[in-house]
Ligand binder design. Structure first.
Ligand code: NAP
Length: 461
């Protein structure tokens, strides 16, 4: 993989956890390493020089000692000469100052230099870039590795940090595609999977999935730590507390920066969260068992569902292996079958059973539901539209129907995985609702034609 990287001189600005881990991952992939005999990694990769700039000379010395960088300096101007790729890995609020310095000396870099960053928020960094360079330069590709830890400093550098993790790039319409390709190659060389999305979408998604959970963890630990009996409380804290609050040990300065830089998106996700907590509070206050069960059941299933998505288990993983030709099945005839067997439920009927149950008034009991990824996605979609669904437990599902006009707008796009049936049935079903919904699916589904459903719906208004 390292052979895709064709950089002569890589300059990392900010040699901390993220910058140091980048250097460590590149070294591990054979980049700029002169002391190995692996013929497969020859050529320009070996001749890549890795330099680092950091205000702390001890961090630079440590980086050299750890074999991560070839040389470094505390002054940016001293290192820019001939750099082909510059990675800004400083705290979010330090980006503006670093970009201003860079704008003053980037002329001394290689003629085709590309600049990227790793900051946890993107809109504020784009603003800083426009202020420093006068506009978004075509060779600046903003990015964010979705990997990290609660540690900081180069001593915590981890060559495996990015492996099988996602890196989001947020190129602008004017960004040079060649520059984006080079930043993509950098991260792929570290074993990461690279995605692209718009700056605004990145900040909204990260506010929900990363910034809000950190805010809650900081707040919970702080609230408990202020209480007098805190020693007792922490002594009895079990695994749940530990799991939930691990991220409260993260770097306070880094998180202060993130909440300042992504204020609006964080406040919007906090509003949604507060509304949810208020609903749950009312349910607890009133001893409303149905409301509590509905929320916990929805959350519990959503958690399991996302886990399987994240691990790319079952169908998707196998499908991808087959696509790459790594998996072959040889089927030989077996013996006869005696006794009773139960065949799995049918997928198309499983989707429809849930859809009809959700739109019906009253409770629908389903038996023989196929607990496959696609039908689970349909269940999850209805949960996101406010339908209480119990199960599935061994093929049994109970759907508490809300009637034809009882669905609620989901808070984001509905993901239906690989299910063409669900996508097409949902298109018709949701066209008749009083709210807008975005439907999305996996890579293969989004390539399939939807015109034969969308066109007639459009013609019907
Ligand atoms: P870190 O370990 O504290 O490293 C940041 C480094 O940048 C420090 O060595 C710091 O030096 C240096 N620095 C500060 N101002 C600088 C300047 N003007 N010029 C050059 N170097 C400067 O923090 P990190 O966790 O690596 O975070 C770096 C970036 O990655 C942040 O933008 C963060 O949002 C992003 N990020 C972090 C994570 C994570 O989980 N940690 C994940 C994804 C992205 P001093 O310590 O001497 O100030």
């Amino acid at each position: 993989m390292a052979s895709a990287l064709r950089e002569s001189r890589l300059l990392i600005v900010g040699l901390g956890l993220i910058g140091g881990s980048l250097a460590a991952a590149l070294r591990q992939a054979g980049v700029g390493r002169h002391d190995h005999n692996d013929a497969g990694m020859g050529g320009p990769v070996e001749s890549t020089e890795i330099l680092a700039c950091d205000p702390d000379p001890d961090e630079i010395a440590r980086g050299i000692e750890m074999g991560l960088i070839d040389r470094g300096d505390t002054a940016l101007e001293a290192l820019v000469e001939g750099a082909s790729l510059v990675v800004l890995a400083v705290p979010v609020l330090a980006m503006a100052g670093v970009m201003e310095q860079l704008a003053g000396c980037l002329g001394r870099a290689a003629p085709d230099v590309v600049v990227t960053d790793v900051g946890s928020t993107k809109a504020a960094i784009r603003e800083a870039a426009v202020a420093a360079f006068g506009r978004m330069p075509a060779n600046l590709v903003l990015g964010h590795p979705i990997a990290g830890s609660e540690k900081s400093g180069v001593a915590a550098a981890d060559s495996e940090l990015y492996r099988r993790h996602k890196v989001i790039l947020t190129p602008e319409p004017d960004t040079d595609p060649a520059a984006t390709a080079r930043v993509r190659a950098l991260w792929e060389c570290c074993g990461a999977e690279v995605l692209e999305m718009a700056v605004e979408r990145h900040d909204q998604v990260l506010a929900r999935t990363s910034h809000l959970p950190h805010l809650l963890a900081f707040s919970l630990v702080d609230t408990l730590a202020r209480q007098d009996e805190r020693l007792e409380i922490f002594r009895y804290a079990a695994g749940g507390f530990r799991d939930f609050t691990r991220i409260a040990g993260s770097d306070p300065v880094m998180w202060r920066d993130i909440f300042i830089a992504n204020r609006d998106a964080v406040l919007a996700s906090l509003d949604d969260f507060e509304a949810g907590v208020a609903r749950l509070r009312r349910a607890v206050e009133r001893g409303d068992s149905d409301a509590m069960l509905a929320t916990f059941d929805r959350a519990s299933h959503a958690r399991h569902y996302f886990e399987s998505l994240l691990n790319q288990t079952s169908y998707q993983a196998e499908y991808q292996m087959q696509q790459h030709g790594k998996l072959r099945y040889r089927v030989s005839p077996g013996g006869g079958v005696t006794g009773r067997i139960r065949v799995p439920g049918d997928k198309s009927i499983s989707h429809r059973a849930i859809m009809l149950g959700a739109l019906a008034e009253g409770v629908t009991e389903v038996k023989g539901f196929l607990e496959g990824e696609d039908s689970l996605a349909t269940l999850q979609a209805f949960r996101e539209m406010g339908v209480a669904v119990e199960g599935p437990h061994q093929g049994r599902v109970t759907v508490h129907g809300v009637g034809m006009h009882g669905l609620k707008p989901p808070s984001g796009p509905l993901y239906v995985g690989n299910a063409g049936t669900a996508m097409r049935l949902f298109a018709g079903l949701l066209a008749g609702q009083a709210f807008d919904t975005e439907l999305t699916g996996d890579v293969s589904l989004t390539k399939r034609p939807m015109g034969r459903v969308a066109d007639p719906l459009r013609e019907m208004g």
